[in-house]
Design a binder for this molecule. Sequence first.
Ligand code: WQD
Length: 347
Amino acid sequence: MKQRNQEIEMKKRVLVSGGTGYIGSHTAVELQNNGFDVVIADNLSNSKIEVLDGIEGITGIRPLFDKVDLSRKNECDEFFKRYDDIEAIIHFAASKAVGESVENPLLYYRNNINSLINILEAMKEHNIPNLVFSSSCTVYGQPNKLPVTESTPRKEAESPYGNTKSICEDIIRDVVKAHPELKGIALRYFNPIGAHPSSKIGELPLGVPNNLIPFLTQTVAGIRSELSVFGNDYNTPDGSCIRDYINVVDLANAHVVAIERLLQDRNKNNYEYFNVGTGSGVSVLEIIESFERSTGEKVPHKIVGRRAGDIEQIYADTSFSNQELGWKAEKSLDETLLSAWNWQKTL
Ligand code: WQD
């Protein structure tokens, strides 16, 4: 019988920095599901190495892993010497607690900006042309007009954390202008929530959670006594703040689509940015209603004063991401909140 040439499709290798973190681990799973070979670099400062077991438990493939502090140039350089066949990088590794960044801005500027600079220098040195950067809707501050499009002007960030995202976007923009062999896509996330449907990976906040969903699920699990709703006197239909809550698996898939856009040279400029949200705004009280409806659990909560630094409302116009990126959030809020609860019950 004529032997067919077995074309062994070599898997393209993607570095996921911060890949044992919440969004990074879900992205590693979706990359593997789409045939990519995943290498994770993480300093484990805000995540656990056991997350690798969760990723392997879902896909059957254990990602390569190196414990690396990418904000240290020597460690970063050593890492890239070990892996010389990386074709693209998704850069998540950063400190991301808004409140902590206000108390300790230098930690945030040093870590978040040095890590990116080291990654960009490594890309030049090792001929890695493609970068997807984890940015945030926080770069818009409190927009004057809603919903937010990619042409909505960025505003003074509400925190040093948010400011590092704006600064990093500008660094990428300027570096790819000076080095057109490089190209980058920034994904401006809205509020990532939920967990993988397998409940093998999810959000693992260390200490008291700052964010709404982990605090809510820990309250229902009895770890926290009551959820405080920070204000119901905003100029919104029910008085509580509005956000665009996006399922973390939908968000992970946006990264796969962005990587494929770069690897297939479908990008229109060598620096692009996209809003990654659902396009609908949901209030804190609506989150509580949706959670109670989808899980059958009650959420003990009380209304308290506003939290400093909170903006009143923000949600995305996702038409550009939908049309240009060819990506759309698919999972419902009820399904997403149920996944968060199922994950909490495994902890
Ligand atoms: C959501 C809403 C709170 C906790 C931040 C960062 C953003 C991204 C996500 C990192 C707000 C209310 C919260 C609680 C509450 N960070 N809330 N009780 O502040 O929109 O965004 O986290 O990737 O860049 O800015 O998220 O989950 O903290 O708050 O009422 O115990 O829930 O007031 O309206 P936020 P959040």
